[in-house]
Ligand binder design. Structure first.
Ligand code: NAD
Length: 347
């Protein structure tokens, strides 16, 4: 099948080519995103393959339909960047990569905790300047601390195991309780109880209307003074402007984020030669108790390999009329999702 692969980076191409070696699809790579301008390029292709930065709304999906495009394949788990209802309306199938190496993201969340707590970045910078003092580098033991996990799905469960390994007391909040989590003796709490009791909170729920800005000034006010918040899920689960206020008052002690509300204008781009217009992220970067990574939690060899393999399998399943096990159907959409809710979905 001829596939137009949009928003590709060199590191992905290598893995996609390897996964495609036996499948034999004709992959044409475009650096550019799929949008209203680039949509004309898809003429003659049997599928488009897109990334989180490609926002497919009703207008663009209608255009794809007019160009007889039958298939949209996401190289990501999240699918809120695509208007699924519009795809259903224009009878375009949408496939995704629902799961790949949850450990990759869980381990990155743990890395953010350790780096923030033990001030690894400050120490590294200081030592490089021949400053070997310990001033302001004091951390705290993770052993015995209470870690609250918001969202105990695949990643939340992997993260739970890591934190148990450190000797932490883990508590959880989810709208659906997991037997796996309960079998480890972990107690589910209400959201408020989790906020009040946790020394560290790690967010692993999806972005939905219910979780949009879940961490706002009210939630920060209920957290332990000086607690740490880690977000590797979706930027808009945190109301960033209110996180800044909580950091300024020291109510929020540490913030580690791999995702950010306005990330689509920044992440995955080299903007080192430009003036950043996003004042919020600039303010965040001014705190020495904030650590930001550019949506790299998924970025391990194992995860990228799995994304490539499942993506190629999705092309083959569609072409050979096999059951589409990774299809996003309108039934997958959170029923309370209003169409005008601003969602910043990503990998
Ligand atoms: P999952 O579907 O396995 O688990 C999500 C969990 O969140 C479920 O248990 C669900 O019941 C729970 N949940 C849903 N709504 C909730 C709510 N209102 N309050 C509390 N819990 C709620 O998903 P996963 O694979 O564990 O992924 C979790 C998140 O991590 C997703 O949003 C995903 O997009 C994000 N993610 C980030 C990266 C990255 O590179 N940073 C990579 C992959 C996934």
């Amino acid at each position: 099948m001829k596939v137009a692969v949009f928003s590709t980076k060199y590191y992905e191409r290598e893995y996609l080519n390897k996964a495609n070696a036996s499948a034999g699809h004709q992959l044409t790579y475009f650096n550019e995103p799929l949008n209203n301008e680039t949509a004309v390029w898809i003429k003659g292709f049997g599928a488009v393959c897109i990334m989180l930065s490609d926002k497919l709304d009703d207008v663009l999906i209608k255009k794809l339909s007019e160009l007889n495009m039958p298939l949209i394949c996401l190289r990501s788990a999240g699918f809120d960047s695509v208007d699924i209802n519009a795809a259903a309306k224009y009878r375009i199938k949408v496939l995704r990569v629902p799961a790949y190496s949850p450990q990759a993201i869980a381990e990155h969340a743990a890395a953010l905790i350790l780096a923030l707590n033990r001030k690894i970045c400050q120490a590294h910078n200081r030592v490089r300047e021949n400053n070997f003092t310990l001033n302001n580098l004091m951390g705290f033991n993770l052993f015995g601390k209470t870690v609250g996990i918001v969202g105990t799905g695949k990643i939340g469960r992997a993260f739970c195991d890591i934190m148990l390994g450190f000797g932490c007391k883990v508590i959880a909040y989810d709208i659906k309780e997991s037997m796996n989590i309960k079998s480890k003796g972990i107690l589910y709490k209400t959201f408020d109880e989790l906020l009040k009791s946790s020394d560290i909170i790690s967010i692993h729920c999806p972005l939905t209307p219910a979780t949009h800005h879940l961490f706002n000034s009210i939630a920060f006010g209920k957290m332990k003074h000086g607690a740490m918040l880690i977000n590797t899920s979706r930027g808009a689960v945190i109301k960033t402007a209110q996180a800044v206020a909580a950091l300024k008052s020291a109510q929020l002690g540490y913030l580690g984020i791999d995702v950010y509300e306005g990330e689509e204008h920044l992440f995955f781009k080299d903007l080192s030669g430009t003036i950043i217009q996003d004042d919020l992220i600039e303010r965040l970067m001014s705190f020495n108790n904030v650590l930001i990574t550019p949506h790299q939690a998924f970025f391990t060899t194992e995860a990228v390999e799995q994304i490539a393999q499942i993506t190629i399998k999705n092309f083959t399943d569609f072409e050979t009329k096999m059951p589409l096990e990774n299809e996003v159907e309108t039934i997958n959409i959170n029923p309370v999702l209003p169409t005008n809710t601003p969602i910043h979905e990503s990998i």
